[in-house]
Each structure stands twice: as structure tokens, then as C-alpha cells.
Design a protein. Structure first.
Ligand code: PMP
Length: 338
């Protein structure tokens, strides 16, 4: 018999899937690292498990302990799955901008969810950074994960996602494009791929309202770059330690509207029912067209699943209210044309 001994053993080894219609005007092959095949439906399962295992190994996380984290949902899901198998409790602090589905999903897997306001400074005591820190100080036998600065985050992608992409492309990958939040994915995969072939280009996808692109280009942390935005999962108003800017060749910024529309397009044109940052990522690839030539193999990573966004990017009423679409989009032809 061939079976996984528990759900955690099914993490990783996700497929690489070709994008066909949306990238038809690009000269190169575009392959997506399709991370929703992980059991928690996102790439974050990889780093969640690695962060827990590393914390167990050096005694930061003790038997029966409580895992505390500020998470937009996907990291929480990965941590919750591992916590169930390994016997820990979870408390997650989430900002009120995140979709209700994400909060409901975390509660469904037994976590306690604390909701904080989005539009406050990171140093404000009400911010989700501050609240998660305070809870971890007040809760006995707890461990504050801190995915932003926890090196096990990028290490997980260095040890698994990067090698998988290298092997699946037979070392032919020339570009890696991915949305950046904590920076774990881009830094871990980027480091591994550049060690195999220093000519591989690594591009980050950023949002308007986030500091990454400007910081990468100028070295200046410009507070004027920071304002509220709708895209979920990518962009930051801080510089997480997990973003290794030296590995990144450039950033491209995608608007909230384009991210939302391309999330719909992936579903309706490619049959890829994915989260909002996948829309950003594929639009980012299209924006980088001039950087690609005929023999290039571009790998774009899709972080999470569409089910978490059914009330948002997949809801035409929600799209209309924000001016993202004028009339109801119903057909794939409309989406390809636009
Ligand atoms: N997309 C989604 C949906 C995410 O949840 C995250 C994590 N915040 C990212 C992209 C960015 O990944 P990373 O944190 O590894 O930079």
C-alpha cells in the first residue's frame, strides 16, 4: 500500500502547469508553479511546517504550546494543519481587510482568530503586528512565529520549492516571477535557482501602496509609497527580513484593478481557479514582456486558491462597486478581448 502517514506528508511536489491563452503574445514558454495542490491550498504550508519543525528542534516551541502569528490567512492555514497533527493550539491575528472566507477557514481548522484594523501604523498598539507580539508575551507556553523575520520561511522555499522548479524544468528555467509579501518565497526560490545558474533572473511582483519597488530601486524607504490597497497577500508597509533584495533583479507593480481582472481571467480563460495574488503575478509576467525572448522558460508561482475570494474578485457586484468592471463579465471571449 502507498499512503501518506498524515496530511503533512502531502505538502510539496506540486505540478508545473503551462499557461496557454493569456500568454499567447509572449515569445517564451510560461509555466506556473501550481501551489494550490498543497493540502492547505497554498504554498504557505511549506514554510509553516518548516517554521514549526525548526522551532521544535531548538526548543522555542514546546509540547502542548500555543502558536501565535499575525497572518493574512494562508500561513495560518498551514500552521493550523501542522498544529492539529502535532498537538498545538493556534491563535491568529488578522487584519480586517482580509476576506471573511479566510477567517472562516481558519476557524474551521480550530484556530482562534483575532481581527485588527488594517489602516493603522505598524507601531500602533492596535496593529496586527503589535497585537500578535503582545498576545505572545501574555500567553504562557506560547511561541510567536513572526513569518516576516523568521529565516525558516525562506529556508523552506530554498529546500523544497526551488529544487522542485529546477528539477521540473530540467534546469531550463530562465526567469522566476512571484508576488512578494514576507519575501520568503522569492528569497528562498531565488537563492536556490541563482546558485544553480547565476544567469536566472528573479522578478518580484509588488502592489501600488507598497514600499518594495521604490526601496529596491533607490534604497530609500519612502513613506509616501504607503497607502491602502485591495490586493491581498503581496506588498508591505515594512521591510521584512525575509526579503533579500540582493537576489531580486527587479520589481513590477500591478494595480488592484488588473490583479482582480486577471484573477478572473485565470479562472475563466485557463481553468485556473486561483487567489488574487495569482492575478497580480500573471499580469506582472505580461508587463515584463520586453525582458523575455524566444528560448526563455518563465516560471511564475501561484500562491493560493480561488475559494478564498468568491465574495470578492469572483463576485461581479463586488467588482462593479470598485469600478473594476462596468458590465457583467460572463464569457471567456470577453476576458480574452479586454
Ligand atoms: N500571495 C498570497 C496569497 C500570500 O498569502 C502571500 C503571503 N503573504 C504571498 C502571495 C507572498 O508570499 P511571501 O510572503 O512568501 O512573499
Amino acid at each position: 500500500m502507498k499512503y501518506a502517514k498524515n496530511i503533512l506528508e502531502t505538502i510539496g511536489n506540486t505540478p508545473l502547469v503551462k499557461i496557454n491563452t493569456l500568454t499567447k503574445d509572449l515569445p517564451c514558454l510560461v509555466l506556473s508553479k501550481y501551489e494550490t495542490f498543497n493540502p492547505g491550498n497554498s504554498t504557505k504550508d511549506r514554510m509553516a511546517l518548516k517554521m514549526i519543525e525548526d522551532a521544535e528542534a531548538d526548543g522555542r516551541l514546546k509540547p502542548g504550546g500555543t502558536i501565535i502569528e499575525g497572518t493574512s490567512g494562508n500561513t495560518g492555514m498551514g500552521l493550523a494543519l501542522a498544529a492539529i497533527v502535532k498537538g498545538y493550539k493556534c491563535v491568529f491575528v488578522i487584519s480586517d481587510k482580509q476576506s471573511k472566507e479566510k477567517m472562516d477557514i481558519l476557524r474551521a481548522v480550530g484556530a482562534k482568530v483575532v481581527v485588527c484594523p488594517t489602516n493603522v501604523e505598524p507601531t500602533d498598539p492596535r496593529s496586527y503586528y503589535s497585537v500578535s507580539k503582545r498576545l505572545s508575551e501574555e500567553t504562557p507556553n506560547s511561541w510567536y512565529v513572526n513569518q516576516y523575520d523568521n529565516p525558516s520561511n525562506a529556508a523552506a522555499h530554498y529546500e523544497s520549492t526551488g529544487p522542485e522548479i529546477w528539477e521540473q524544468t530540467n534546469g531550463k528555467v530562465t526567469h522566476f516571477v512571484v508576488g512578494v509579501g514576507t519575501g520568503g518565497t522569492i528569497s528562498g526560490v531565488g537563492k536556490y535557482l541563482k546558485e544553480q545558474n547565476p544567469n536566472i533572473k528573479v522578478w518580484g511582483v509588488d502592489t501600488y501602496g507598497s514600499v518594495f519597488k521604490k526601496y529596491h530601486e533607490t534604497g530609500e524607504f519612502d513613506e509616501n509609497e504607503i497607502y491602502p490597497y485591495i490586493t491581498e497577500g503581496i506588498g508591505e508597509d515594512i521591510l521584512p527580513e525575509n526579503v533579500d533584495f540582493s537576489l531580486i533583479d527587479g520589481f513590477t507593480k500591478v494595480t488592484d484593478k488588473d490583479a482582480a481582472i486577471y484573477t478572473q481571467k485565470l479562472a475563466k480563460v485557463e481553468g485556473m481557479f486561483l487567489g488574487n495574488s495569482a492575478g497580480s503575478a500573471i499580469k506582472g509576467v505580461l508587463q515584463l514582456k520586453e525582458h523575455f525572448t524566444k528560448d526563455d522558460v518563465v516560471v511564475v508561482l501561484f500562491h493560493d486558491h480561488g475559494s478564498r475570494y468568491v465574495g470578492k474578485m469572483f463576485n461581479d457586484e463586488w467588482m462593479r462597486e470598485r469600478g473594476f468592471i462596468e458590465d457583467k463579465i460572463t464569457t471567456a471571449e470577453d476576458l480574452v478581448k479586454n
